[in-house]
Design a protein around this ligand. Structure first.
Ligand SMILES: [Zn+2]
Length: 825
């Protein structure tokens, strides 16, 4: 079995090389030669759809421009009725000349495109159409433009052109002495991946980049971007028709994500009519999907619906019945049913869908695809992809290796997947430009040679600096193959603690960075980039420099932090601050959109720099999984101004008080700065006293706060905690260390009450003192001058204040496991 698979892949790879390096025997036509060109570029006279016509004109101009850039020769661009009859022509789109050759382009499939050479003329055409839905809009996302695709293929294969990024400057044309094409050349392609869309805005890369690189719009498909039921039965119906909505615990409810009584015939009918509404406007396919955050209706007819228990199964049966009805009433039209949440698991009561059904897998990975192995889904599948975007563990750093991308595309082709949605794309056109380009080309044919594609990309993008940049990207790609152990990446995106930024991704993110980018790798990449910059000063390199510097500075923080965790030395702490400062300064000097709040990164020329995120996303390294925490969010100015080094602290009794810092790794709360707390210590032969000097907090406010201390001596640790309101402090002894609890923090057991007390001990000039007094006798210790004890102290309430900060914390359970040193004087 494995042997077969390998052979199969080998064969394809060879085919792939052939496709890229077209060597065709036989006579060739000279389109442009040393003496110029006899050719004219011809556009059709009559294009019914004005938007299609507009884009064909743009495309005609593109051909003229690219051929000029390649050869210095300018070809005339004319409408068909103005063409010179005895000149050979490059015909674009649905011309009369094409029809006279017996070709009916309206019969072509979605995004099908062709190049035909006949009698010295070149025909570049495909399915062009724009009659879906409302289409008066001149937006290419609402159009099928197969002829534009045919043109980009022609330019790439015969005129040294590559589409690297959006805008005019992103189209690179290498000089050609001659432009030739075989005289009986014929190229026909029906894309397997018929659409590959994303959200609009900064992620859009323009018509030529997207079409050339197979990121096709899917204008025939009406999608809600998720869920159709709420459009069929809007929330506002609740007042007049509560019976349409789900019965939960005996009551009809109108939830923020509305939920329905799916057995109600009127609800079913409305869901169906919503499908027709879009199909009858002209769309070819419509999405059919339950509400997000699905909640089951508990009414009797719903519980009995279709004689099955599982609500996912009920949804599948309902949706299949609607598809069957659609097949009878609108033959030829299609419906795309969502497999998500309760329907992520395929139906159990049937295995075949009607011929008009496509299924959208969200998420889509090998595990999900495998569930569908024995099902018949005539329309195939579409997939929702999480390849890029700064919500990933990598945040604003490169994500997938070329090998992983190729594997993914091979899986699409193997598993009948025809449409893609990209959640995230284009944030790093410098570091990931080749990945986007190569992935796009692989969508056309997963067997293309990735190495050739990388070479082609670098030659076009960096000219003389191509060798350095090839090496740069190869090295980066090798590093991207290092990953965390399998399983640690599988994410339930809806997890509330993730959405509330409470998951300590810190450790994983930093581990990943340390693994992928050791200092010598960063050094080598920097060296290659610097050499490339001497040979090329283009806008792409200047974008890449910014992306790389962000990577370098961020990785450096990780590296210094790791050293600091081990050494806890003053020198490393100072370097930590310097490194954080450098990263902060770098982010502060990036361009910002004017007048936008909260502040947002602005584009850099044609590029949406880092995807133009809110500035704090970049400062924090990303969002969701990508979010970095301490030390990245440390308030460097505050720490420096107050000369605080919150690790490996030393406090001498009777010496000046020291400021507490925030215990946890999240962004420091204002209260820590605005209502600061200082710690000092005193002792006598009976007691050890910790005095918390609290500024801007009234005695009433402080009475309810919890004051704590950890004292350690010769392997033993004790913990006292109490509130001034109660006056007494409870007493605990450590029974297991953080290591012994598997990272769950030191565990303590309570001991009998002692005379330990917590009291408000004075208030003046806005400063209130709280004293935690511990009897030496409880600890069984005889104090002496010069005695060194382990110490930590904390105040938990309005803020989480601590004296010694734990660099190794994973959660709140580890806050107080580290100690500094107390010296009795
Ligand atoms: Zn019901």
């Amino acid at each position: 079995m494995a042997g077969q698979l390998v052979r199969c892949i080998m064969r394809w790879r060879i085919l792939g090389i052939l496709l890229l390096a077209i060597t065709i025997e036989g006579a060739e036509l000279e389109v442009v030669g040393r003496g110029g060109s006899r050719y004219q570029v011809v556009l059709p006279d009559q294009v019914k759809n004005k938007a299609v016509d507009y884009y064909l004109q743009l495309t005609g101009k593109l051909v003229v421009k690219c051929l000029h850039q390649a050869s210095g020769t300018t070809l005339p661009l004319v409408r068909e009725s103005d063409m010179e009859p005895d000149r050979p022509s490059i015909f674009i789109g649905h011309t009369e000349a094409l029809r006279k050759n017996g070709i009916k382009p309206e019969l072509l499939k979605a995004w099908e495109h062709r190049i035909e050479v006949r009698n010295g003329n070149i025909y570049l055409y495909g399915r062009d159409e724009g009659n879906w839905g409302m289409n008066s809009s001149p937006d290419y996302h609402q159009l099928l433009l197969g002829s534009v695709k045919a043109v980009t293929v022609f330019l790439e294969q015969f005129a040294g052109t590559a589409f690297l990024y959006r805008g005019d400057t992103g189209i690179s044309v290498l000089p050609q002495e001659q432009i030739r094409i075989p005289e009986s050349y014929s190229y026909r392609k029906v894309p397997v991946i018929q659409f590959c869309t994303t959200l609009g805005g900064d992620r859009e890369q323009g018509i030529f980049y997207e079409i050339a690189n197979n990121l096709f719009p899917g204008p025939w498909y009406f999608t809600y971007g998720g869920h159709s039921h709420p459009s069929a039965v809007p929330k506002k119906f609740f007042a007049a028709h509560p019976e349409y909505f789900a019965l939960v615990k005996g009551k009809r409810v109108n939830l923020s994500q509305p939920q329905y009584c799916l057995s109600n015939p009127e609800v079913q009918s409305r869901i169906y009519r919503e499908m027709l509404r879009h199909l009858d406007k002209g769309y070819q396919m419509v999405q059919l999907a339950q509400s997000d955050g699905f909640v089951a209706c508990e009414c009797k007819p719903c519980r009995n619906l279709y004689g099955v228990k599982d609500y996912g199964e009920k949804l599948w049966i309902l949706h299949r019945r609607l598809a069957e009805r659609l097949l009878r009433e609108r033959p030829g039209k299609q419906v795309c049913i969502l497999a998500y949440g309760p329907t992520l698991k395929p139906p159990e009561t049937f295995r075949a869908f009607p011929e008009n059904v496509m299924i959208e897998l969200a998420p889509c990975d090998e595990e999900v695809i495998a569930l569908w192995k024995d099902y018949r889904v005539p329309g195939g599948f579409t997939a929702y992809l999480y390849n890029w975007g700064w919500y990933q563990l990598e945040g604003f750093m490169p994500k997938m290796s070329l090998e992983a991308l190729a594997e993914q595309v091979e899986s699409f082709h193997r598993h009948n997947i025809h449409g893609l949605y990209r959640c995230g794309f284009g944030e790093l056109f410098g570091l990931e430009g080749p990945s986007y380009y190569i992935w796009g080309k692989l969508l056309e044919n997963p067997a293309y040679d990735r190495d050739l594609l990388l070479k082609r990309y670098c030659r076009h993008a960096f000219g003389l600096a191509a060798p350095e940049m090839e090496e740069f990207y190869r090295l980066l790609n090798e590093r991207l193959k290092f990953d965390l152990p399998p399983g640690s990446r599988r994410v339930e995106w809806y997890r509330p603690e993730l959405l509330n930024n409470q998951t300590p991704a810190l450790i994983e993110t930093m581990r990943l960075m340390a693994m992928r980018y050791p200092a010598e790798v960063i050094g080598r990449m920097d060296e290659l980039l610097t050499r490339a910059e001497k040979r090329n000063s283009g806008e792409l390199l200047s974008l890449l420099r910014r992306e790389f510097d962000y990577l370098k500075l961020t990785v450096k923080v990780t590296e210094v932090f790791d050293r600091l965790r081990q050494s806890k030395s003053g020198a490393d702490f100072q370097e930590m601050l310097t490194t954080l400062n450098a990263r902060n300064r770098f982010i502060a000097q990036l361009p910002r959109r004017s007048g936008v709040k909260p502040p947002q990164i602005a584009p850099l020329g044609v590029f949406s720099l880092f995807g133009c995120p809110p500035v704090d996303h970049l400062e924090n390294g990303g969002r969701l999984l990508g979010r970095l925490r301490a030390p990245f969010n440390w308030d460097v100015d505050w720490l420096s101004a107050n000369r605080i080094q919150p690790v490996n602290r030393v406090l001498k009794t009777g010496a000046a008080p020291q400021l507490l810092v925030q215990a946890g790794f999240d962004v420091m709360k204002d209260v820590i700065k605005q209502q600061p707390i200082w710690l000092e210590c005193r002792w006598d032969s009976r007691n050890l006293s910790l005095i918390f000097r609290c500024r801007n907090l009234s005695p009433e406010q402080l009475a309810g706060e919890e004051f704590q201390t950890i004292i350690g001596y010769r392997g033993k640790r004790w913990w006292f905690a109490g509130r001034p309101r109660r006056g007494i402090a409870s007493f605990f002894e450590r029974e297991k260390t953080n290591l012994e609890t598997g990272g769950d923090g030191d565990r303590y057991r309570q001991l009998p009450q002692t005379t330990a007390s917590v009291t408000l001990s004075g208030s003046k000039n806005g400063e209130t003192s709280v004293t935690l007094k511990l009897p030496w006798s409880a600890l069984g210790l005889e104090p002496f001058s010069g005695m060194r004890l382990e110490l930590n102290a904390a105040c938990f309430g309005r803020g989480h204040y601590i004296w010694e900060y734990n660099l190794d914390q994973k959660s709140y359970r580890n806050f107080k496991d580290q100690t500094g040193t107390l010296i009795l004087e």
